[in-house]
Design a binder for this molecule. Structure first.
Ligand SMILES: Nc1ncnc2c1ncn2[C@@H]1O[C@H](COP(=O)(O)OP(=O)(O)O)[C@@H](O)[C@H]1O
Ligand SMILES: [Mg+2]
Length: 303
């Protein structure tokens, strides 16, 4: 290796260690080591998301285009999570070309771009953690910040992350829950400004109680919320989210670019309005969902 290349490799590059969550994900997740300080990271390589054809539901899941702005959506999710005071992670987006010992041509699927979305490696996912310590529920576990399940659910409803589930939480060395996976959130197009991008590229409606269940999933997080209707925590989180100003959201979006599926048509203004309009809806939506006994819509959704 030439000396300049060696220096660059030492200071800037990462080395592939292994695949993780294989068989569990639509995307590819890899463990990487930063050459400079040997720190460990998880890199997500996102696969284009083919949206169901909403105008022709008889052909569920037929593609009408794909979304390529998912890394920008995730970056916004992590930034807003921090503003709301959720336990969150540092993130970085790096080009494939600085990842060593990983041949991108071996990827089994298409990719949204030539970048990898990084978070610091932090132990086990929530289901793995509970199983490893033989806890039968989140409630009876030794996890310290259990109310993060409530805070995070409300936050995910705000940003329109309708693909949230137990596997989207990590448990760190201090037994604290950390919410990850903010790639599917926000509006998808000008035509459906109330609808959010969620699981399987489906679109979810804040005014539909059944849809709300997709912001928490139907596992241990849901059980915890059902068994601990801590109104103060609900209210505090809603108030905290409502205190995030338009200026602050704009700042979080400053260098990001969101666009209509399959096009480069800018929807940044729509995105901003989407977040602002949802702040005031949170209270009623949650109340309706609890009153309806915590439903979750089955997929594929009907029109
Ligand atoms: N920073 C991290 N540290 C440890 N494990 C991680 C980390 N990020 C992701 N994982 C693992 O990878 C899985 C998938 O990650 P996630 O961000 O949810 O992507 P997706 O579900 O879209 O593939 C998680 O359930 C978890 O097991
Ligand atoms: Mg996930």
């Amino acid at each position: 290796m030439k000396i300049v290349k060696k220096i660059k490799s030492h200071f800037f590059n990462y080395t592939f260690i292994e695949h993780i969550a294989t068989g569990e994900s639509y995307n590819t997740n890899v463990k990487l080591q930063r050459n400079l300080d040997k720190s460990l990271w998880v890199g997500k390589i996102s696969r284009p998301l083919y949206l169901p054809n909403v105008n022709n539901r008889s052909e569920s899941y037929s593609s009408t285009g794909d979304l390529l702005d998912l890394n920008d959506r995730a970056l916004l999710g992590f930034r807003l999570a921090r503003s709301v005071g959720l336990n969150s992670l540092r993130v970085k987006i790096i080009p494939f070309k600085i990842v060593e010992e990983f041949d991108i041509n071996t990827l089994s699927h298409a990719r949204i771009d030539n970048y990898v979305f990084l978070t610091p490696f932090k132990g086990l996912s929530l289901p793995q953690y509970l199983a490893s310590k033989s806890f039968s529920s989140l409630e009876e576990s030794d996890i310290k910040n259990k109310e993060e399940a409530i805070r995070s659910f409300i936050f995910n409803l705000w940003i329109g992350n309708y693909d949230n589930k137990d596997k989207d939480y990590l448990v760190d060395n201090d037994s604290n829950l950390i919410s990850i996976d903010y790639h599917l959130l926000g509006p998808t197009s000008q035509d459906n400004k109330n609808l959010s991008l969620g699981a399987c590229g489906e679109m979810f409606d804040i005014d539909n109680s059944e849809d709300t269940g997709w912001c928490v999933g139907n596992g241990e997080l849901l059980n915890y919320i059902k068994n601990n209707p801590n109104h103060r925590c609900f209210d505090d989180t809603i108030n905290k989210i409502n205190s995030i100003s338009k200026r602050r959201i704009k700042l979080a979006m400053r260098d990001l670019h969101f666009y209509n599926q399959g096009t480069q048509q800018d929807i940044n203004r729509l995105f901003l309005n989407f977040l602002i309009e949802r702040q005031v809806k949170l209270k009623k939506t949650i109340k309706d969902w609890i009153k309806a006994d915590y439903p979750i819509a089955s997929l594929p959704k009907q029109k």
